[in-house]
Design a protein around this ligand. Structure first.
Ligand SMILES: NC(=O)c1ccc[n+]([C@@H]2O[C@H](COP(=O)([O-])OP(=O)(O)OC[C@H]3O[C@@H](n4cnc5c(N)ncnc54)[C@H](OP(=O)(O)O)[C@@H]3O)[C@@H](O)[C@H]2O)c1
Length: 279
């Protein structure tokens, strides 16, 4: 076996949530390219068709297990995925949301202005559903010879994130959950890690990308000075899911172009004035 063989997932059975677009779609394609057999989830089956078509180029037609994770009862989709694939070795949980305005656009507002309903919505999808997915995944992963659970958290979960407090709190909770489960499940052979990207070019960040003053200001705080592509996140998710990471568990793997490095301003990267309203 060469070191590159350790990145292969031939025959492994993987569930990817949030797989209809963005990071989840790129993760599904990456796992399929590495040889995994897949189950895909998002709120509706039709939304999963483009990803299913992409995945199908590299192997079996994926199973579709839709469910709206605003309702934790829908976490039964994990059991449906295990039924369809004959078990589960890998779960990459990507489904997640920012607080939303009624028109579906991102709601960036300080906590003191965030409606309780928006907080509850984010906690339901990002945190309560994550716990439910993990709970349902346990029995299936415990039967695997090489189990890996990856939670798509965020750098917002490990740094201060004003105007995104609800999102950041749920992402920090995912890091905490990954650490606790990793320790609790280690002797069962289940590895659990949180993957914490910085700013990634997806639908979730489309409203930010569309405002140059905001986008430029945010990138001024990223030492590498650019957005990440979903495929760059997917490559790290593949690593965490694969035997290449066989001794790696309980970690928050930050992938942010240097955003979270505490440079204290010493890097000298010019920072324009904030276009955001004062807190
Ligand atoms: N983009 C970034 O800059 C960034 C940075 C750090 C971390 N992340 C995290 O990475 C993950 C993926 O983000 P993304 O940028 O790829 O987001 P995205 O493009 O907005 O995609 C979100 C995915 O989650 C699914 N989803 C949303 N609400 C759901 C619900 N109630 N039930 C089931 N599925 C639901 C969506 O499916 P449908 O809408 O088709 O149902 C979609 O597949 C999230 O957890 C996010 O917090 C993103």
């Amino acid at each position: 076996m060469t070191v590159l063989d350790r990145f292969r997932l031939d025959g492994r059975r993987a569930l990817v949530t949030g797989a209809s677009r963005g990071i989840g779609q790129a993760v599904a394609v990456a796992l399929a390219q590495a040889g995994a057999r897949l189950a895909l989830s998002a709120r509706t089956a039709p939304a999963l068709k483009p990803t299913a078509d992409l995945v199908g180029r590299y192997g079996d037609t994926p199973a579709l297990v839709p469910g709206d994770l605003a309702d934790t009862a829908q976490a039964v989709l994990v059991d449906q995925a295990a039924d369809a694939l004959g078990g589960l070795d890998i779960v990459v949980h990507c489904a997640g949301i920012l607080p939303l305005n009624p028109d579906g656009s991102a709601l960036l507002a300080p906590l003191q202005q965030l409606p309780q309903q928006a907080w509850d919505q984010v906690v339901a999808v990002n945190l309560n559903a994550t716990a439910a997915i993990c709970r349902h995944a346990h029995a299936h992963l415990a039967r695997s010879e090489a189990a890996s659970l990856v939670l798509l958290s965020s750098v917002a979960g490990v740094v201060g994130a004003p105007l995104m407090e609800a999102y950041a709190a749920t992402k920090a909770a995912q890091v905490s959950l990954a650490r606790s489960l990793a320790v609790g499940w280690a002797r069962t052979g289940i590895r659990v890690n949180a993957l914490c990207p910085g700013w990634v070019r997806t639908d979730m960040t489309a409203d930010v990308q569309a405002v140059p003053a905001l986008s430029d200001w945010l990138l001024a705080h990223v030492p590498m000075g650019r957005w990440a592509d979903p495929e760059e996140v997917a490559a790290v998710a593949l690593f965490l899911a694969s035997p290449a990471a066989a001794f790696l568990t309980g970690q928050a793997v930050v992938l942010d172009g240097g955003l979270s490095v505490p440079d204290g301003g010493l890097a000298g990267i010019p920072k324009p004035p904030s276009p955001l309203p004062a807190p």
